[in-house]
Design a protein around this ligand. Structure first.
Ligand code: SDX
Length: 434
């Protein structure tokens, strides 16, 4: 006997009518009420403007337990991956669902490594930007334009073309990111090198100059690889949801990733890592922390404690915990002794986590709170911090896009409804009668 379908019953208290809706359960996390038949059955929509209680899709890629502060990719805990894996292996896992064996890893690494160059014409795109253009504005433009170079891999219904596009995006995004950094500095672009790891190659393209030999520091390589792992994917966050809704119209994968980059740029999202560093610099000293804590609590002040709070985590963001632990090690190994911003960050965290306002609202440090301090110590300008987030998150975006295109039933365009609160019908009034 098949299990009796689990349902929720919705009752209209005005008419007494009841409607049964299926309850669907996943492998972990809260079950969902499937409301796809709600309008047909009851003539009503649901209203959830920022999707605080709405599941937009089924997914097997990432799971977050916000209450417990848990993050898993394909069942592997982020701490386990951060300690034992590397970014390219995590890319394979996110894209394909399983950790690769040795042969699969070698093939994947070869494919990514041999797609890192961009077409020489892309260099011309940069010339149109001012040197002081925000690097994220250049990333939005150049990533979207990439589709014009790859007409051979834009058919989203062809599995091989989806795979090629995914490999091209993962491979080329660090090259474009490094080019934005060099362009801002007025230094020549540095070509990728196939003898370096993904993280080392990125550092080489960012920091080497033609005038002298550049040796990638193993400490920097390890720190970079770990930062990429920690930012790789994060369920249906704002930028991933943007990629999914763009992909639902059957837009090509390069255009979809460009849409993700635009959404990530916002200071409430990926732009927070740059905003955290600017906030710590504005605070300037520990004795000014109480002033900023009060501002963060003042409803009339738009100031928020950047790097604090999260829509899902109501506990310590596990990624922030890893970065906080790494901070000391990386700064010491980079010879950046007692970075004053780290002292301010630590004291700010201590005070905030004791303050009832933050405790009641379960506001903890998120991934952006410590990342900027490490990136600054590594020599990146704060304007590059969100670009680095975009480099890391590209694999998450393209994995979620691929899952959406490949899931069955066939891809449906995302088209939310609304609660209309505007005028009812009224007649046009000629201007001389108004
Ligand atoms: C990322 O979604 C993801 O997974 C994103 C991300 C990923 O990997 O993709 O994890 C990456 O974007 C991390 C978040 C980076 N953003 C910041 O650090 C910016 C500062 N944080 C806030 O803007 C805010 O916490 C959000 C945007 C992160 C979350 O906002 P929510 O869930 O919409 O929460 P909310 O605005 O409804 O806040 C709830 C309450 C409010 O107070 P009350 O109205 O209940 O009195 O908490 C307050 C807020 O005013 N609050 C803060 C605060 N964050 C929330 N007050 C002061 N400082 C803050 N940082």
């Amino acid at each position: 006997m098949a299990d009796k379908e689990k349902t929720y019953t919705l009752t209209n208290d005005q008419t007494g009518e009841s409607f049964q809706l299926p309850l669907v359960e996943g492998t972990m996390g809260p079950p969902c009420i499937d409301i796809r038949t709600l309008y047909a059955k009851a003539g009503v929509f649901t209203l959830d403007p920022s999707f605080t209680a709405t599941g937009s899709c089924k997914s097997k890629i990432t799971y977050i337990d916000g209450e417990e502060g848990i993050l898993m990719h394909r069942g592997y805990d982020i701490k386990d991956l951060s300690e034992n894996s590397n970014y390219l292996e995590v890319c394979y896992l996110l894209l394909n669902g399983e950790l690769p064996d040795k042969k699969q890893m070698e093939q994947f690494e070869y494919n990514i490594t041999h797609h890192t160059m961009v077409h020489e014409q892309v260099h011309a795109f940069f010339r149109g930007f001012r040197r002081d253009a925000h690097p994220m504005s250049i990333m939005c433009g150049t990533v979207g334009a990439l589709s014009s170079f790859y007409h051979d891999s834009l058919d989203i219904w062809d599995a091989r073309q989806r795979e090629i596009s995914a490999h091209r995006l993962i491979a080329k995004i660090p090259t474009l990111a490094a080019m934005t950094m060099k362009y801002a500095m007025g230094q020549p672009f540095v070509y990728p090198r196939n003898d370096l790891s993904y993280a080392a190659n990125f550092l080489h393209m960012c920091f080497s100059v033609p005038a002298e030999e550049y040796k990638v520091s193993p400490v920097m390589e390890e720190a970079m690889d770990n930062i990429l792992i920690l930012h790789a994917d994060h369920e249906q966050n704002a930028s991933t949801s943007t990629v999914r809704i763009a992909g639902s119209s059957q837009a090509n994968p390069f255009a979809c990733i460009a849409s993700g980059i635009t959404s990530l740029w916002g200071p409430a999202h990926g732009g927070a890592n740059q905003a955290v560093l600017e906030m710590l610099e504005e605070i300037g000293s520990k004795d000014r922390i109480p002033e900023f804590i009060e501002r963060a609590k003042d409803k009339d002040d738009p100031f928020r404690l950047m790097g604090f709070g999260h829509r899902v985590y109501k506990n310590y963001d596990p990624r922030a915990a890893v970065l906080k632990k790494n901070c000391d090690e990386v700064l010491e190994e980079l010879g950046v002794d007692n970075e004053p911003l780290l002292e301010i960050a630590r004291e700010l965290e201590r005070i905030a986590l004791e303050d009832p306002y933050f405790v009641e609202r379960k506001l903890f440090p998120n991934v952006d709170f410590y990342s900027g301090i490490i990136l600054k110590a590594m020599g990146f300008p704060s304007s590059m911090f969100t670009v680095l987030f975009a480099v890391a998150r590209t694999v998450g975006w393209i994995s979620q896009w691929k899952e959406m295109v490949e899931e069955s039933p066939a891809l449906k365009i995302g088209r939310p409804r609304q609660l209309y609160t505007g005028h009812t019908e009224r007649k046009y009034v000629p201007i001389d009668k108004r």
